[in-house]
Each structure stands twice: as structure tokens, then as C-alpha cells.
Design a protein around this ligand. Structure first.
Ligand SMILES: [Zn+2]
Length: 289
């Protein structure tokens, strides 16, 4: 998928979708104690009671009127775009990857900021959204000129061939020695978050050995992984190692200017874990853009 500005991306997802989305849930139920008809809706996470009515039709009318007066844009799910992917940044592997969009929600109007980086990259995004910096996640509103943000760029692809087989074997032996100490009798796979007995878990180098040899003997880089997830991750790493030339990773780049740029409707894009973020013009974002 080619790169697009977040606003363009979101507008694209919303094409053909009606604005008059009803309140998500609601309806009419028989009220046992009084024998009347009770009208209620669930609106923005709260239950709104719309009274007890003698006639069922009157209760249904109350629900319909509430829905007509309160179109609820936040609840709009875009089922048709669920199979689409965006570029996201995996904080564990430090690489740009493809990730599936889970949902897009239209949010309220909010101040929009324009960020210009050293090297000429540009971004427009809601002031409340978060951006990845070398110090971690910060809201765009907290950011000033001179601060750095993480920007993806190309790095040479990791190569298994640069690690001698004897060293690789040694790393393997050391890693298996840490197993009983670092994996609890029942522990969670760090990829799928499901619980397993220790016998079903292995220790995985979160940042692969081929990518960062200095992390190979760092136990903070070891995490329990279940066998199915390990198989998937190994296959992905082998595929990555076969990719020709360069791969996408992130590095800090200074912000040269950040300025208010109007007030607009923003969109929140929910992206599949583990990345759960969105790459826009090389910058890593989460929240409403
Ligand atoms: Zn797993």
C-alpha cells in the first residue's frame, strides 16, 4: 500500500458510509412491576431512560425520536475496510511492518497541529494524539521545536551470515539456561498474551539476535513465547532476512517547527496489536489524526 496522509486515508475509508448512523443499541422492554413499556437507549456508553409508556408504540416513538436527534458518529464501525492494512511501527522489533486496521472512528473537532521535521517531512494531526519520540509516547501538544520524534528510514537488512555458527550456538545454550529462571511455572506468551505451562513456552529474543547482537545476552530482551507464536515469528524473521537490500527502521529526527493549523474533525484509527499505531509520513502516531 502506498503512503497517504492520515486525513486522506480516513476520508477514503469513509466513502460511501452514511452519516446518519443510529445510536448503537436501544429498545423497548415490558416493565414487569407496572405493566408499562419502558424505552431506553445506550448512548456514548451510558444508558438513557426515555420513560414508561402505556402503549408500546409510544415507547418505540420515544426511542426513534432520540435516535433522530442524536446521531452517534463515534459508534460507526466500518466493517468493509477491516481487511485493509496500514504501515505501523513495532516497538518490540524496532521495524516498520504492515498491520491490519481494526476500526476507524470519527471524533469531535479538535485543534490540529502541523509538524515539520528536519529533512522535510510534514504531518498534520490532532493536538491530543500521541507521537513516538526517543523518550517514549508524547502528545503532539507537548511537543516543541528542537524536540525529536522517531522517523522511519532505511537500515541495512539484518544478516544471519554475520554471526559465526559457534557464537550462535553459544547464545542458544545461554538462552536455554535462563529458561527456568525467567519463565514462571505458568506464564504468558508475550505475543498472544495467553497463559501456558512452562513446558509449552520457550524464551525468545524480542529484538532478534541477527538485528542486534548486543541484545543477545541481555535478559531484558528475553520473553516467554508459545510454540505457535514462535513458529510464526521465526518464519517472519527468515522472510525478513531474505528481503533484498534495506529494511525500514526508525531513528530520532529533530522537529524544526510546530504550529496550530486550524480546527478539524479527526479520526481515530485502531490498529492491530502489537504495533497498535500508525505510520504517517514516517512518523509513528496513535490517537485521533
Ligand atoms: Zn503465543
Amino acid at each position: 500500500m502506498r503512503r497517504r496522509r492520515v486525513a486522506e486515508l480516513c476520508n477514503l475509508w469513509h466513502q460511501g458510509v452514511s452519516d446518519a448512523a443510529p445510536v448503537a443499541k436501544g429498545g423497548v422492554t415490558r416493565h414487569g412491576a407496572t405493566g408499562k413499556w419502558q424505552a431506553q437507549v445506550r448512548f456514548r456508553g451510558e444508558v438513557r431512560w426515555l420513560g414508561l409508556h402505556e402503549e408500546r408504540e409510544a415507547a418505540e416513538r420515544a426511542v426513534a425520536e432520540f435516535r433522530a436527534e442524536n446521531p452517534n458518529h463515534r459508534q460507526r464501525l466500518l466493517m468493509s475496510v477491516r481487511r485493509n492494512h496500514v504501515r505501523a511501527y513495532d516497538e518490540r522489533t524496532l521495524l516498520a511492518e504492515r498491520a491490519q486496521i481494526l476500526d476507524i472512528r470519527r471524533m469531535d473537532r479538535e485543534p490540529v497541529l502541523r509538524v515539520d521535521t528536519d529533512g522535510g517531512r510534514q504531518l498534520r494531526c490532532g493536538a491530543g494524539s500521541e507521537i513516538l519520540t526517543p523518550e517514549g509516547w508524547r502528545t503532539l501538544g507537548e511537543l516543541g521545536a528542537g524536540d525529536s520524534v522517531m522517523v522511519t528510514g532505511k537500515i541495512p537488512r539484518p544478516s544471519e551470515a554475520t554471526i559465526p555458527p559457534s557464537l550462535r550456538r553459544g547464545i542458544g545454550v545461554w538462552t536455554s539456561m535462563q529458561r527456568n529462571r525467567l519463565i514462571r511455572p505458568v506464564d504468558d506468551c508475550y505475543v498472544c498474551r495467553m497463559s501456558f505451562a512452562r513446558a509449552e513456552l520457550e524464551l525468545d529474543h524480542v529484538v532478534p539476535v541477527a538485528r542486534d547482537l548486543l541484545k543477545a545476552l541481555d535478559e531484558r530482551n528475553l520473553a516467554p513465547i508459545c510454540e505457535p507464536c514462535h513458529a510464526v515469528k521465526n518464519a517472519e524473521e527468515q522472510q525478513l532476512a531474505r528481503r533484498a537490500g534495506m529494511i525500514a527502521a526508525a531513528r530520532p529526527v529533530p522537529v524544526v517547527a510546530i504550529a496550530k493549523d486550524g480546527v478539524e474533525e479527526t479520526y481515530e484509527v485502531a490498529v492491530q496489536a502489537p504495533a497498535a499505531n500508525l505510520l504517517a509520513n514516517g512518523m509513528v502516531l496513535r490517537g485521533a489524526c
